[in-house]
Design a protein around this ligand. Structure first.
Ligand SMILES: Cc1cc2nc3c(=O)[nH]c(=O)nc-3n(C[C@H](O)[C@H](O)[C@H](O)COP(=O)(O)OP(=O)(O)OC[C@H]3O[C@@H](n4cnc5c(N)ncnc54)[C@H](O)[C@@H]3O)c2cc1C
Length: 367
């Protein structure tokens, strides 16, 4: 049970940032994080980049000693099953109840299952445990199939190929990242991957996964000692919906201060659709820095300080020997201008005559 205070559900960037921000403002009030993940809070972006590639990967967000010194109680491997809004308590899978004055809901997203025969045997890549399993499997693999042409699929395929694994990337779209960045950039991303040895198989679905690889809709078999499911994620709104919080488009609705529709409950990170005061409308951002930023705003609001989410969302990713840097509202575009630069290109996306995003691609041949 314990004394009520500040409580965060989730030990990703949103939950940790909220807890440490609140602690910095209120040294005496109990601060607690409950997380289903058994690992000490870690950085996810390096998992399928430096960590998978075998280079130096700085994964640790804070040491166990840091949490102790800052008097933040970290309960790992604990799944919250229910929020009792009336009693201001959360209930765990084991039936333990934790009271709160302020609750930050930051459960992130869950992987979209690969709904084909054998799909459950494909390796997901959402957590440190998944990354360890993939890294070990890659060590003994000569072939790999990565299913899904989004950011995680493209990055992972490029890293596996760089490790010397004969890798295919299979996707239903006409080009990788096409839905996000358009066809012209998609074709360039396909080339970035081909240049590091990835065989990019576009416009086809996977019909089945078995112990030797995958079967495509065309009937073609693609060998994979390792098969990775990078088939997308879905915000995990189960707790919020069960507690009666307002949700829209499968996300928890929060204002610019990260307040949900329930008293003393805030939400931050991948799970939200949040009002952004610079955009003047609700925005979805499923990126590391934005989750940490929303956590900071939630922590400040809970601590009684004035704070609003007003940053332009964005992310950096690494595909083959390229680094891609995107800043923008990520809500589609009407047209774009692509400009060639030494060692890369930039793209300016416009919607309704205004700039809605910029993408910069830069080659780092040493990577
Ligand atoms: C392999 C990989 C690479 C990525 N690369 C990039 C990148 O290069 N750039 C970028 O911007 N973003 C990247 N991302 C996305 C980024 O990591 C996410 O946007 C970010 O982690 C979201 O933070 P969050 O705090 O909302 O959720 P998460 O980081 O997903 O954390 C959610 C936490 O909640 C816990 N939880 C869930 N349900 C419960 C429950 N019921 N009870 C208790 N705990 C619960 C989970 O165990 C987890 O600890 C990557 C993600 C992955 C998986």
């Amino acid at each position: 049970m314990g004394t009520p205070g500040f409580l965060a559900i989730g030990s990703g960037p949103a939950g940790v940032s909220a807890a440490e921000t609140f602690r910095a403002r209120h040294p005496k009030i109990p601060v607690r994080i409950l997380s289903a993940d058994p690992a000490l809070p870690y950085a996810k972006p390096p998992l399928n980049k430096e960590y998978l590639g075998g280079g130096h990967a700085n994964l640790e967000l804070h040491t166990a000693g840091w949490f102790r010194r800052h008097d933040i109680e970290l309960r790992l491997g604990v799944t919250v099953e229910h929020i009792d809004v009336e009693a201001q308590e959360v209930v765990t899978a084991g039936g333990a109840r934790f009271p709160y004055w302020h609750l930050v809901l930051a459960p992130g997203s869950a992987a979209v299952p690969l709904g084909v025969p054998g799909g459950d045997t494909a390796q997901p890549l959402r957590s440190f445990a998944d990354a360890v399993a993939l890294k070990m499997a890659a060590r003994y693999a000569s072939t790999a199939v990565v299913i899904g042409g989004g950011l995680i699929g493209c990055e992972t395929a490029g890293r596996l190929a760089a490790l010397g694994v004969d890798t295919a990337l299979v996707l239903p779209e006409a080009a990788p990242l096409q839905r996000r960045f358009g066809m012209e950039v998609g074709l360039r991303v396909a080339r970035m991957l081909a240049d590091v040895g990835v065989r990019v198989v576009c416009g086809t679905a996977v019909d089945a996964v078995d112990e030797v690889g995958v079967t495509l809709a065309s009937g073609e078999k693609v060998d994979g000692d390792v098969v990775v499911a990078a088939t997308g994620v879905r915000p995990d709104i189960r707790l919020a919906a069960d507690a009666g919080l307002t949700t829209r488009h499968g996300r928890v609705v929060v204002d610019e201060h990260m307040r949900t529709s329930a008293r003393n409950i805030y939400a931050a990170g991948d799970v939200t659709i949040a009002y952004n005061s610079a955009a003047g409308r609700p925005v979805v951002a499923e990126h590391w820095r934005d989750a940490a930023q929303q956590g900071l705003v939630a922590g400040l609001t809970a601590a009684g300080h004035s704070a609003a989410w007003d940053k332009v969302p964005g992310f950096t990713c690494a595909i083959g020997t390229f680094t891609l840097n995107y800043r923008g509202w990520g809500s589609g575009f009407d047209d774009f201008t692509l400009t060639e630069k030494a060692g890369g290109f930039t793209v300016t996306y416009r919607g309704r005559g205004r700039v809605v995003g910029t993408l910069e691609a830069r080659s780092n041949p040493a990577s």
